[in-house]
Design a protein around this ligand. Structure first.
Ligand code: S3P
Length: 173
C-alpha cells in the first residue's frame, strides 16, 4: 500500500455501471486514503434504499440530498469520493467538485454499462418498460457533460477493478 497525501479529493464520476464505487474503493485502499461514497451516505442518513427514496420523495429530493452530501464530504476529509451517476450533471455540483476536488470520468461504452446494470434492480432511473433504451438516452445526454471532468479513464471489460484503480492512479500522477 502506498501512503499518498492527496492535495484534493478525487471524485469518481460517470454512468451507473462504470465502476465508480468498485474502482474508487480499490484506489482508496491502494493509496491508503479514506473511501467516501455519496450514495451510501444518502442511504445511511435516510435509512432507505435509493429506489425507495426516489419512490417516496422523488428524484428532486434525492438530488438536493446528493448536493448536500457531496459538499459535506468534500469539506470533511480528503479521499476518494464515488458519486452517483447523476451527480456531475448539475452545474452547482460540478462547481463544488472542481473547486474542492478533481473529477475523474470513468468512461465506459454503452454495451459494457448495459451488461453491468441489466441484472440489477437497484437503479430507479431504469425502472422503465425498456431499460436498455432508457440507458442509451441517459448515456447520450450525459457523455458531453462527463467529458467536462478534468481527467478521464477508459473502462473496458478487459480491465479488472485493480487494473482500473492503477489506471486512475496513473492519470492522477
Ligand atoms: C443515478 C445513479 C445511481 C444513484 C441514483 C441515480 C443516476 O448511482 O445515484 O440511482 O442518475 O445515474 P450509480 O451511478 O452508483 O448507479
Amino acid at each position: 500500500q502506498l501512503d499518498m497525501k492527496l492535495k484534493k479529493t478525487v471524485v469518481m464520476v460517470g454512468m451507473m455501471g462504470a465502476g465508480k464505487t468498485a474502482v474508487g474503493r480499490a484506489l482508496a485502499a491502494k493509496i491508503g486514503v479514506p473511501f467516501l461514497d455519496s450514495d451510501a451516505e444518502i442511504v445511511k442518513a435516510a435509512n432507505m434504499a435509493i429506489a425507495e427514496i426516489f419512490e417516496r420523495d422523488g428524484e428532486a429530493f434525492f438530488r438536493q440530498k446528493e448536493t448536500q452530501v457531496i459538499e459535506r464530504l468534500l469539506d470533511e476529509e480528503r479521499g476518494i469520493l464515488s458519486t452517483g451517476g447523476g451527480a456531475f450533471l448539475a452545474e452547482a455540483n460540478r462547481d463544488l467538485i472542481s473547486d474542492k476536488g478533481v473529477a475523474v470520468w470513468l468512461d465506459a461504452d454503452l454495451d459494457l454499462l448495459w451488461q453491468r446494470v441489466r441484472h440489477k434492480d437497484t437503479r430507479p432511473l431504469l425502472h422503465t418498460p425498456n431499460p436498455r433504451q432508457t440507458l442509451k438516452e441517459i448515456y447520450e445526454v450525459r457523455v458531453p457533460v462527463y467529458a467536462k471532468a478534468e481527467l478521464s479513464v477508459k473502462a473496458d471489460a478487459k480491465y479488472s477493478i485493480e487494473d482500473m484503480a492503477d489506471r486512475v492512479l496513473e492519470a492522477l500522477l
